[in-house]
Write a protein that binds this ligand. Structure first.
Ligand code: CO8
Length: 261
């Protein structure tokens, strides 16, 4: 299956666009995450590439439905561990990227989808009240890991994170803008164009100074996971394979199907 379409950074602009295309909802499976990481790593090594825009090409629009629930349901502990390592890798690569990264959020972005946009330097969302964004893990009966929480705190502050995470809140675009979960709302058909314009502005900033500043802001958060990766994997595997959690996930999947019917 065709997962990611990465337009090569053009030498004139130095900007790459990652078009996520994994129907129906761009959920982050092990294959998807692996491809994403390889793609980002290639861009990171490409001296000509200075900016990355992440967006979805799905229609009807979903930015990303977050982690693929099927990767966490009825799988062996080994496979769960492998999956979680890929989730960590995605976050480490994107949150620690030297490139300027902009999320062009043209659809709903729950849970892992929200995390992915939180790794970016700037978030532009479609002003459509049908879409929502947030870390809703608690609603599924699962706990957002510490590094999801840290990324959220770094973006919207402690109090907003406390409310958002305990209640598993999904925010409409206007509410997301109000708490700073996204930086800008634009009409749906302009999300990518505004992201491209914004990128041009960011790329006028002296590169080295911006990169060191970004790293200074994010390094303590990144180091916390880097030095705890194995324990975090063990923690995830023992949590997700519990009977009670498997049951919650099954009920949640059934709820998603019923909502449709
Ligand atoms: N994984 C797998 N399949 C999914 C997911 C998902 N995350 N989301 C949706 N699907 C499936 C649906 O079941 C449905 O399947 P089918 O066609 O077979 O019935 C299909 O995708 C289409 O879904 P919808 O009909 O719901 O599509 P809509 O366009 O109406 O809505 C939404 C799109 C808004 C994205 C909606 O699907 C939704 O809310 N999905 C659930 C999102 C969610 O809650 N994700 C949480 C994932 S958990 C996570 O990311 C972090 C976990 C951290 C774990 C830490 C433990 C220690």
């Amino acid at each position: 299956t065709f997962i990611l379409k990465m337009s090569n950074s053009s030498p004139s602009t130095g900007v790459a666009v990652m078009h996520m295309q994994s129907p129906p909802v761009n959920s982050l499976s092990l294959d998807f995450l692996t491809e994403l990481c390889i793609g980002v790593e290639k861009l990171e090594m490409d001296k000509g590439c200075r900016g990355l825009i992440i967006t979805s090409v799905l229609s009807p629009k979903v930015f990303s439905a977050g982690l693929d629930i099927l990767e966490m349901y009825g799988k062996s502990p080994e496979r769960c561990g492998e999956f979680w390592k890929a989730v960590q890798e995605m976050w480490l690569k994107l949150y620690g990227s030297n490139m300027t990264t902009i999320a062009a959020i043209n659809g709903s972005s729950p849970a892992g989808g929200c995390l992915m946009s939180l790794t970016c330097d700037y978030r532009i969302m479609a002003d459509n009240p049908r879409y929502s964004i947030g870390l809703n893990e608690t609603q599924l009966g699962i706990v957002a890991p510490f590094w999801f929480k840290d990324t959220m705190v770094n973006t919207v502050g402690h109090r907003n994170t406390e409310l958002a995470l305990q209640l598993g809140l999904l925010y409409k675009p206007a509410e997301a803008l109000k708490i700073g979960l996204v930086d800008q709302l634009v009409p749906e058909d302009q999300v990518l164009a505004v992201a491209t314009q914004t990128m041009t502005k960011w790329l006028t900033i002296p590169e080295h100074a911006r990169q060191i500043t970004k790293s200074m802001m994010r390094k303590p958060t990144l180091d916390k996971l880097r030095s705890n990766r194995e324990a975090d994997i063990q923690n995830f595997v023992s949590f997700i394979t519990k009977d009670s959690i498997q049951k919650s996930l099954r009920m949640y999947m059934e709820m998603l199907k019923q909502k449709k019917a």
